[in-house]
Ligand binder design. Structure first.
Ligand code: NAD
Ligand code: DAU
Length: 332
C-alpha cells in the first residue's frame, strides 16, 4: 500500500481529495497542514484511523518537511494561501507559503527522490475576453494578474525548473474553479449560500459578467489521482469540466434553489484587477489519460451544495461573522 503526503489536506480541495482517495483506493494518507484560518480539522472527521494520519505543521519548516517527505511515496501539494481578495490586502503570506513553501517541499522531494504532484490554478494564464473562441491550454503563456495568481505561477515555474535542472519526479495540474462541500465561506458560492441562510442579500462584484469555469471538487480529485497514477513526469495537465457560467447566473441559480426572487442580490465594489473570464481546454487529460468528469450537472451540484451548507451549519458558522466583517471594511 502506497502512502500519500497531502499538504493542505485540511482545506477545501485537499480535504475533498483525502476523503475521495480513502474511499476510492487502498492508499494511506498523511496530511500536513498548518491549520491557518482556512484549515479545519472538522473537514477530516470520520476517516479510517488505520490509513489516515494528521500532522499540524508549516510547509516552510524544512526539518519537518524533510522528515515527512522522506517517509512517503508520493507528495500531493495542495497547501497554499488561496484567496484573491486576501492577497490584494496582505500579499506577504502568499509569498511565504506559495513560493517558499513550495521550494521547501521540492528540495525535500529532490533529496529523497520522491514522486511529487503540484496542484495549481488556471489563474496563472491571466484572463480571456468574453467572446474569445480560444480556451486555456498547456501552451498558453503565463500572465497572472493578482498577488495570489502570480505566486502560484512562481510556484509552478519552480517545480518545472526542478524537473529540468534536478530531475525532480514531478507532474503539475492547473484546475478551474472548484465548488462542493467544505469550501470556506469567504469564497463566492458558499458566501452567497450562507448569506441567504442568514437572511442577507448575496453580494455580486460589479456587473457580474465575469465568467468562471466551474468543476465539482470530486472531479478535480479523480483527475489528480489519474495523473499520479498515469501522468508523464514533467508534464502539465489542465483540469476542467466545461462549466463556464457568469457570476450573475450563478447567484440567480442559488437564489432560485433557495426560494428567493432572481434579483434579490446587491451589487458591490468590484475586485481591483478582476479577471474577466477563465476557460479550460482539458483535451490532453481526456485523450492521453482517459479522464472524464462525472459531475456535469451544475444545477444539481449547486442544489447538493446548498443542502450541504444547510445541513452543516456547525462547520461554517464559526467563520461567518469574521469573514463578513472583513468584507464590510472593503465595501464588499
Ligand atoms: P484553502 O484555502 O481552502 O486551503 C488551503 C489549506 O492549506 C488550508 O488547510 C491551510 O491551513 C493550508 N495551509 C496554508 N498555508 C500553509 C502552510 N504554510 N503550511 C501548511 N499548510 C498550509 O484552499 P483550496 O481552495 O482548497 O485550494 C487548494 C489548492 O488548490 C491551492 O494550491 C490552490 O491554489 C489550488 N486550486 C484551487 C482552486 C479553487 O477553486 N479553490 C482551483 C484550482 C486550484
Ligand atoms: O480559477 C481557480 C481559482 O478559483 C483558484 O485558484 C482560487 O484559489 C479560488 O479562490 C478561485 O478564485 P476566484 O477569485 O475565481 O474565486 P472567488 O470564489 O473568490 O470568486 C469567484 C468569482 O465571484 C470572481 O469573479 C469574484 C466573484 N465574487 C466573489 C465573491 C467572494 C463576487 O461576485 N462576490 C463575492 O462575494
Amino acid at each position: 500500500m502506497q502512502n500519500l503526503l497531502v499538504t493542505g489536506g485540511a482545506g477545501f480541495i485537499g480535504s475533498n481529495f483525502v476523503h475521495y482517495a480513502l474511499e476510492n483506493t487502498n492508499l494511506s494518507v498523511t496530511v500536513l497542514d498548518k491549520l491557518t484560518y482556512a484549515g479545519n480539522l472538522e473537514s477530516l472527521r470520520g476517516l479510517p484511523e488505520d490509513r489516515f494520519t494528521f500532522v499540524q505543521g508549516d510547509i516552510c519548516d524544512a526539518e519537518l518537511v524533510d522528515r515527512l517527505v522522506g517517509e512517503t511515496d508520493v507528495v500531493v501539494h495542495y497547501a497554499a494561501e488561496s484567496h484573491n481578495d486576501n492577497s490584494l490586502h496582505d500579499p506577504r503570506p502568499f509569498l511565504d507559503t506559495n513560493i517558499i513553501g513550495t521550494y521547501t517541499l521540492i528540495e525535500a522531494a529532490r533529496k529523497h527522490g520522491t514522486r511529487f504532484h503540484h496542484i495549481s490554478t488556471d489563474e496563472v494564464y491571466g484572463d480571456l475576453e468574453l467572446d474569445d473562441p480560444e480556451r486555456f491550454t498547456e501552451q498558453t503563456p503565463y500572465n497572472p494578474s493578482s498577488p495570489y495568481s502570480s505566486t502560484k505561477a512562481g510556484s509552478d515555474l519552480l517545480v518545472r525548473a526542478w524537473v529540468r535542472s534536478f530531475g525532480l519526479q514531478a507532474t503539475l495540474s492547473n484546475c478551474s474553479n472548484n465548488y462542493g462541500p467544505y469550501q470556506h465561506v469567504e469564497k463566492f458560492i458558499p458566501r452567497q449560500i450562507t448569506n441567504v441562510i442568514d437572511g442577507v442579500r448575496p453580494k455580486l462584484y460589479g456587473a457580474g459578467e465575469n465568467v468562471r469555469d466551474w468543476i465539482h471538487a470530486n472531479d478535480h480529485s479523480s483527475a489528480v489521482l489519474r495523473i499520479i497514477e498515469k501522468g508523464e513526469i514533467g508534464q502539465t495537465y489542465l483540469i476542467g469540466a466545461d462549466g463556464e457560467k457568469n457570476n450573475k447566473e450563478v447567484i440567480e441559480l442559488i437564489l432560485k434553489h433557495m426560494g428567493q426572487p432572481a434579483d434579490a442580490y446587491d451589487q458591490v465594489i468590484d475586485r481591483p484587477g478582476h479577471d474577466l473570464r477563465y476557460a479550460i481546454d482539458s483535451t490532453r487529460l481526456r485523450t492521453e489519460l482517459g479522464w472524464e468528469p462525472k459531475f456535469s450537472n451544475f444545477d444539481q451540484g449547486i442544489e447538493d451544495t446548498i443542502r450541504w451548507y444547510r445541513d452543516n451549519e456547525a462547520w461554517w458558522r464559526p467563520q461567518k461573522a469574521q469573514t463578513e466583517a472583513k468584507y464590510k471594511v472593503q465595501g464588499q
